[in-house]
Ligand binder design. Structure first.
Ligand SMILES: Cc1ncc(COP(=O)(O)O)c(C=O)c1O
Length: 326
């Protein structure tokens, strides 16, 4: 018999899938690291389990404890699955721009969800950064995860996602392209791949309204770069410790409209029903066309599943209201 001891045993070892129609204009092979095959339907299951295991190991998380985190949904799902198996409670703080589906999904796996306003400064006491920190201090036997600065986030991708990509491409990968939020995925995968072959190029996909691209290019944290945007999961108004700018070769910014339109295109033209940051990621790959040669093997990572976006990017009424489609 071949079975996992519990649902956590099914995390990782996701497939690599060739992109076809959408990349017809590119000279090279483009392969998608398809992370929705994880049990929580996103790449975040990997780092959620790693963060919990590391916190258990050094006593930050104790038996029967409460896990507290500010999460846009996917990390929460990963944490909640592990919490169910391991016997912890979860309180998640989420910003009000996140899709309702994401909040409902977290409640479905037993978490308490606290919703905070998006359009306030990170230092504002109502911001989701501040509220999660405060709940961490006020709740007894609790552990505040802090995926932005928690090194176990990056470590999970160094230990699993990076090696999988290296092995699945037989060491032939030349470029890695991925959306950047906390930075865990790009930094963990990027450092592993560069350790195996320093010539591999690592590109981050950023949003308009986020500080990453300008900071990478100039070293300046420019507050004028910060404004509300629609794209979910990527871009930040802070510099998380998990973004290792040294291993990133460059950033490309994708507009909210393009990210939304390409989320639909992935579903309709490739049969890939994925989240909004996947749309941004593949548009980012297309924007980088001039960097690719025929012999290159480009790996793009898709973070999460389309079901979380049925009220937005997969709702044509919403798409029209936003002015993204005619
Ligand atoms: C849908 C989605 N895409 C992309 C990202 C960015 O990944 P990372 O936080 O590893 O940079 C996240 C994480 O917040 C996400 O939830």
């Amino acid at each position: 018999m071949d079975y996992a001891e519990n649902i956590l045993g099914t995390i990782g070892n996701t497939p690599l899938v060739k992109m076809n129609k959408l990349v017809e204009d590119l000279p090279c092979l483009v392969l998608a690291k398809y992370e929705t095959f994880n049990p929580g339907n996103s790449v975040k299951d990997r780092m959620a389990l790693q963060m919990i295991e590391d916190a258990e190991a050094d006593g930050r998380l104790k038996p029967g404890g409460t896990i507290i985190e500010g999460t846009s949904g996917n990390t929460g799902m990963g944490l909640a699955l592990a919490a169910i198996v391991k016997g912890y409670k979860c309180i998640f703080v989420i910003s009000d721009k996140q899709s309702k589906e994401k909040m409902d999904i977290l409640r479905a796996v037993g978490a308490e969800v606290v919703v905070c306003p998006t359009d306030v400064e990170p230092t504002d006491p109502r911001s989701y950064y501040s509220v999660s920190k405060r709940l961490g201090e006020e709740t007894s036997n609790s552990w505040y995860v802090n995926q932005y600065d928690n090194p176990s986030n990056c470590k999970a991708h160094f230990k699993s996602t990076g090696p999988e990509i290296w092995e699945q491409t037989d060491g032939k990968v030349t470029h890695f392209v991925v959306g950047v939020g906390t930075g865990g995925t790009i930094s963990g995968v990027g450092s592993y791949l560069k350790m195996k072959n320093p010539n591999i190029k690592v590109w981050g996909v950023d949003t308009y309204g986020s500080v990453f691209k300008k900071y990478h290019e100039t070293g300046i944290f420019d507050e004028k770069e910060i404004y509300p945007y629609v794209t979910e999961g990527i871009g930040e108004d802070i510099l998380p410790a998990n973004v290792n700018f040294n291993i990133i070769d460059g950033f490309t910014k994708v507009t909210d409209k393009d990210a939304a339109v390409y989320t639909q295109k992935l579903a309709k033209e490739e049969g890939m029903f994925l989240g909004n940051s996947a749309g941004a990621a593949i548009k980012g790959v297309l924007q980088l066309k001039e960097h690719f040669k025929p012999e290159d093997v480009v790996v793009v990572l898709y973070h999460d599943h389309g079901s979380r976006y049925v009220g937005k990017m997969f709702n044509d009424e919403w798409m029209r209201e936003m002015g993204y489609i005619e």
